[in-house]
Design a protein around this ligand. Sequence first.
Ligand code: SR1
Length: 352
Amino acid sequence: MLTSALSPAWRRIAVGVGLFAAFASAAAASGIKGAPPPFDKGGVKIALINYLSAGDFFQAYEGGAQRQARALGIDLRVFPGKQDAALQRDQIEQAINLGVKGIIVNHGLPESLKDVVQKAVNAGIKVVAFDVDLDQAQIPQIEQSDKDLASSLLNLAIKQNGRAFKAAYVYVPGFAPLDRRDAVWQSVKKSTPGIVEKARWGTVDNPIATSVAAQALAALRAHPDISVVFAPYDEFARGTKLAASELGIGRKLKIYSADISTSDIREIREAGSPWVATAATNPAVVGAVSVRALALSIAGINPGRHIAVKPTLITRADLDRLDIKTVEELSARLPAFGTSDAARAAWIPVTH
Ligand code: SR1
């Protein structure tokens, strides 16, 4: 809208906002002193192309990426994920046409991405991938050490429930982090035959937690002897917890999950909650690491083929003991959760 079409008061606000935007982009355009090209000049354009955007994890991931991009004077274009492989391909094409210097691919289906990502690489665009294995040597892979994440949860489950219990498992194949966590679940079941998987469910249909709850309700009703649920994605835990509360079995069930957000902390600490532990990174840190890894690549510095952000095992007892109510409080109490050493360089101002 033209400012001349506005009332004088709104015109002053619009001019103010315009001046702020112009000032901010001038600051970004001026670049970072001492940084390698093109960051010395600023205004570097990159794209974040998501497969999934809904839910606390992905919102916080995007927030962390935005903050790190701003600190680097990067113009970050975010493409929302709608769990639509064709749309994600199309968005990569759009990013190529926009003339971006780099692309972060956040989740997705490898088979539908490989050729279009190769097209970007051939065009000289740097690519990093978070939680999707694009199987290309020049593409750094970022992950949350899913093996450690799942192992720490299952070791705790065995410590708290013994080596023999009836379990349920929440899983959807085809997502790299869930597949890596699944490999650990399979191996633990093999080495601990007393753990019997009585039921399995899982869906990523939106809204995920509600869809999972409908499945969990039927399975838990059919198998009242289940005492442990391994649900390594927070949306899976939320759905299972909803079903347990509907059935009034919250106090005899223990849910072990992954991921954390402020609302997850509330759910874990709720009186009688079956959600007893989660293994998680701070998703904002993972978003920031993704941007830093891409910035290094664009600057011609190899950030490494595999970049891992280490998860922390967080129990309800820890949260209660430290009286932690938010992710920010958790980051302040546990520095290893609030920041990462991955993909750093002296010229990169670190936000997380
Ligand atoms: C559907 S995949 C969900 C997982 O992706 C991220 O890695 C989060 O940790 C979440 O658990």
